[in-house]
Design a binder for this molecule. Structure first.
Ligand code: UDP
Ligand code: MG
Length: 170
């Protein structure tokens, strides 16, 4: 049955969520024994990552301000990225997150409780991102996480030799 399908989904706690110290509340709201966190990391978002993440909105008037928002120019230059796995996780987490427009989001949702519209930029500072559907979830998880950063993934992987210079502790 479609509504019993195990799914993985990307959640971002956006810079306004971090600067307002909402991480605990958001993790509690998303917490459920039937959902598991498969990966988590704090990210200093690059412009390239931000623009790729929001590529579907690149023709919108608010795109430049949206990129500044996710880069943390108005709050803090950090995003907490999480991958959740569970039955129907995409739809359930979207429901807990609430509607995109903070004023339309139900007051019991994360966005309804904590979201606002920035008075100068009109950007919806809605605290969290949650993948919208399976296609977006796969694209976004692959964009934000390498396979070895996740406990396990439902997407196929391959090994490749690289000559990349990596950073180590000295
Ligand atoms: N957004 C905005 N104004 C709009 C629509 C979207 O500021 O009119 C921002 C908002 O932060 C939203 C993000 O752009 O979360 C991505 O938009 P999308 O339509 O994908 O909504 P979401 O999937 O986040 O609910
Ligand atoms: Mg979206």
């Amino acid at each position: 049955m479609a509504d019993k399908k195990v799914q993985q989904t990307l959640v971002l706690i956006k810079p306004d969520g971090l600067v307002k110290s909402l991480t605990g509340d958001i993790l509690s709201a998303l917490s459920n024994p039937k959902r598991k966190i498969m990966g988590a990391k704090i990210v200093r978002v690059t412009r390239e990552l931000a623009e790729e993440h929001y590529q579907h909105l690149k023709d919108e008037d608010f795109f430049d301000e949206l990129i500044k928002y996710i880069l943390g120019e108005y709050h803090t230059k950090r995003v907490l990225a999480l991958v959740y796995e569970g039955e129907n996780a995409i739809k359930e987490i979207r429901k807990i997150a609430g509607a995109t427009h903070p004023e339309e989001a139900h007051p019991e949702t994360i966005r309804g409780k904590y979201g606002r519209i920035h008075s100068k930029t009109n950007v919806f500072e809605n605290v969290v991102h949650a993948s919208a559907d399976e296609k977006d979830a796969e694209r976004e998880i692959k964009l934000w996480f390498r396979p070895d950063e996740l406990v396990h993934t439902i997407f196929p992987t391959e090994s490749k030799e690289t000559t990349k210079t990596e950073l180590f502790w000295k």
